[in-house]
Design a protein around this ligand. Structure first.
Ligand SMILES: Nc1ncnc2c1ncn2[C@@H]1O[C@H](COP(=O)(O)OP(=O)(O)OP(=O)(O)O)[C@@H](O)[C@H]1O
Length: 330
């Protein structure tokens, strides 16, 4: 897609270290954590930009700095040309932020929470109510619009919080795991609404996720984070090209792998093993040979299931040396 090149977000060499935990006499404190370790990212206008990585990679720390909520130790953050390290108060006019926890509006009904947020973002009463009604319909919140947030299920409450993030037309939406706890219908409604803000109003979106499937389908570009650093940044397709033509072979054994079969023993060295599941990255020819070996010979009786797939972002992540814990597949 043709996009204007203007940067909406530009961070340069951000460093943030959380200080060491306090020690009680005789007990060791927690060490300091460098949660941002020289992070430079640029988000363009009209782009859905993802931050992907396992728990503790530094995604939330980064978005809290680019929303002016957390001051970096060093480095710069510019949003639409405004220096948010110097002027964090300007963030409220430039962006809407949905954090992981959002309990400030818990006492209000869904409808009032959305309307109040719209008013706080400067809309006149009539306009605020019009936007409220639009977003409530868009996210199919009508049935629960009259109920207080604190009495909703986790997924419903999250959806109501997304609704508050979408009113008031901010040019930048920063969403930290927006679809946590939602069912597939709600998730689809959220992605459609986010995409509409981008397509119809040119909004830009920074989206934190550790859901690999979600990342592949909705994001234009992805920064892969690990231990406070961006270890790769590209389109999902560009990232997948890093792992070349390799395919992924998953083998699931009924009880245990038949290591007495020579072909299976040969595969063991390169397999990432998780219980009864082996995962291998192989060239297409090697994968064909492996499938022939495990489905044709004596290994077949021990095999429960197998799948052959083109690379996913998870494979990219592994190839880059990342850790898999916390990367969710569903
Ligand atoms: N307030 C804090 N004080 C001390 N350490 C912190 C604080 N907040 C985060 N950390 C640490 O900083 C690192 C990065 O945390 P952060 O929340 O940014 O990760 P994340 O990628 O958003 O993780 P998750 O996917 O679990 O939300 C982690 O090691 C975390 O334990």
């Amino acid at each position: 897609m043709d996009r204007p090149t203007g940067a909406v977000v530009r961070t340069s060499d951000l460093v943030k270290t959380y200080p060491a935990g306090r020690t009680r006499r005789g007990t060791p404190g927690t060490p300091p954590v460098r949660a941002s370790d020289g992070v430079s990212v640029t988000v363009h206008r009209g782009e859905i930009f993802g931050l992907l990585g396992p728990n503790g990679a530094g995604k939330s720390t980064l978005v809290r700095q680019l929303t002016g909520l957390l001051r970096p130790d060093s480095g710069s953050v510019h949003v639409l040309g405004h220096d948010l390290v110097r002027h964090p108060d300007r963030a409220a006019r430039l962006l809407a932020y949905l954090g992981q926890e959002s309990s400030a509006l818990d006492e209000l009904t869904v409808s009032l929470a959305v309307e109040t947020t719209a008013r706080l973002r400067g809309l006149e009463l009539r306009e605020a109510r019009r936007e409220r009604d639009t977003v409530i319909e868009e996210l199919e919140l009508g049935e629960i619009a009259g109920r207080p947030l604190k009495k909703l299920s986790g997924g419903q409450r999250r959806l109501a919080c997304v609704a508050t993030a979408l009113v008031g037309e901010r040019p930048l939406l920063v969403l930290d795991e927006p679809t946590t706890g939602m069912d597939p219908v709600a998730r689809r409604a959220v992605w459609a609404a986010v995409d509409r803000r981008r397509a119809e109003r040119g909004a830009s979106v920074v989206l934190v996720t550790h859901n690999v499937i979600e990342a592949e389908t909705v994001l234009d570009r992805v920064a892969v984070m690990d231990r406070g650093r961006v270890i790769a940044c590209d389109t999902p397709g560009g990232l997948k090209a890093l792992v070349g033509d390799d395919v992924r072979l998953d083998l699931v054994w009924r009880e245990r792998a038949p290591l007495e079969v020579a072909e299976v023993a040969a595969l063991a060295a390169d397999a990432a093993m998780s219980g009864r599941r082996w995962t291998l990255r192989l060239t297409p020819q090697a994968a064909r040979d492996a499938v022939t070996a495990v489905t044709g010979g004596p290994a077949f009786a021990a095999l429960d299931d197998f799948t052959l797939a083109t690379p996913s972002l998870e494979d990219v992540y592994l190839a880059l040396g990342g850790r898999t814990e916390g990367l969710v597949k569903a």
